[in-house]
Design a protein around this ligand. Structure first.
Ligand SMILES: [Zn+2]
Ligand SMILES: [Zn+2]
Length: 71
């Protein structure tokens, strides 16, 4: 059932099940890339802020990516 596979729009990891979709940019996000806020799943804090604060683009999304990679 290849149709069920999905790949993360952030890190590109392929997984054998459907991933949550960022409601802002429509990218699928895997467990390790998911940014959770307010019960929703986003691809990063930039999209989370856009969702909750109306798309203000004053968030440094690149520093956010670095934080996620540190683990
Ligand atoms: Zn990922
Ligand atoms: Zn997004």
């Amino acid at each position: 059932m290849a149709g069920l596979a999905d790949h993360c729009g952030v890190c590109g990891t392929e997984l054998s099940f459907a991933l949550p979709i960022c409601p802002i940019c429509k990218k699928a996000v895997c467990e390790s890339c998911a940014f959770r806020m307010g019960g929703s799943v986003f691809c990063g804090s930039a999209c989370a802020n856009a969702f909750f604060f109306g798309g203000q683009e004053d968030v440094e999304d690149e520093s956010d990516l670095r934080l996620l990679e540190e683990e």
